[in-house]
Design a protein around this ligand. Structure first.
Ligand code: NDP
Length: 281
């Protein structure tokens, strides 16, 4: 049976690890060729080995590209490297799927916010997706079959303590999503997904005051209750202490992958819930 994304090309920014790596795997498992972007030299080996593993497991082409998407040169490098790897013999090149996933979180209360942290956060989380979309625009499909998914966060609307900067960047991502849904209507659907807590270093790095601030939210999130016998004993134990378990990266990737399918073609300009019910819109 043909796979649902067979032969398509997807670009995943920040695809070397965490949610981005899970999204790359989801797309590859459906037959999609993937460009995995990352920025740090320390992730080069990780990205290369993920690319090799996904290629061989799913019989697709996966190419890692190191580029800082928060700079015009980096965004241009990402798209030109993708073109170099995937343009056909007739030079035809199309980006079917673009996942703006790369992001950073620098948390701090009002008095702790530094100008450089503000600038870095908005550069990577807000300017980055805009620059990548600018560079990708000439190569989007012209039949509305394209898919652009931006990673937002529940933090855009929850007002979590220490997240005036991070939450602001994610609110901006959602606002851009709505404008792009209109501007790119002939090319692609454009949606964002809004995870809550997700397993991985970004979640683990949250300071105690942040964890205290979200405890009530976690307790009231229906799908964050850990399941004895299904979740690992470690996850169940941690959840008892914090009130609930974070999402597995594949649970967020599954929602992103769903939005990339042909069947999702009538959904655009939305913030799609990917948070276990932490936010009910
Ligand atoms: P991780 O910290 O695990 O991974 C971040 C990824 O982004 C890495 O691949 C990193 O590359 C890449 N990256 C960072 N800066 C740049 C840059 N300037 N240019 C290119 N790539 C870059 O993140 P998560 O998987 O936790 O988060 C992914 C997305 O989901 C983010 O947008 C985040 O805001 C959002 N999110 C995460 C939540 C969570 O709890 N984890 C909750 C809600 C939203 P490298 O390996 O080279 O550093």
């Amino acid at each position: 049976m043909a796979r649902s994304l067979e032969g398509k090309l997807g670009i995943v920014t920040g695809g070397s690890r965490g949610i981005g790596a899970a999204i790359a795997e989801n797309l590859a498992s459906k037959g999609c060729n993937v460009v995995i972007n990352y920025t740090s030299a320390s992730s080069t080996e990780l990205a290369a080995s993920l690319a090799a593993q996904l290629s061989s497991a799913h019989n697709v082409r996966v190419v890692p590209v190191q580029a800082d998407v928060g700079t015009p040169a980096g965004a241009a490098t990402l798209i030109s490297a993708a073109k170099e790897s995937f343009a056909g013999a007739d030079s035809r090149f199309q980006i079917d799927i673009l996942i703006n996933n790369a992001g950073i979180a620098i948390n701090g209360t009002i008095s702790q916010v530094k100008v450089e942290d503000f600038e870095a956060s908005y550069r990577v989380n807000v300017l980055g997706p805009l620059l990548v979309v600018q560079a990708a625009q000439p190569y989007l499909p012209t039949d509305r079959s394209g898919r652009i998914i931006n990673l937002s966060s529940v933090s855009s609307s929850t007002g979590f303590v220490t997240q005036s900067v991070y939450g602001g960047t994610k609110a901006a991502v959602e606002a851009m999503t709505r404008s792009w849904a209109r501007e790119l209507a002939a090319n692609a659907t454009v949606n964002s997904v809004n995870p809550g807590p997700v397993e991985g270093p970004m979640y683990a790095a949250n300071p105690p005051e942040f964890m205290e601030g979200i405890a009530g939210w976690v307790l009231h999130t229906p799908l964050m209750k850990a399941r004895e016998g299904i979740d690992s004993p470690e996850v169940v134990k941690d959840a008892k202490e914090s009130g609930g378990r974070p999402a597995y990266t594949k649970e967020v990737a599954g929602i992103v992958g769903m939005l990339c399918g042909e069947e999702a073609g009538w959904c655009t300009g939305q913030v799609v819930s990917a948070n276990g019910g932490m936010i009910m819109q």
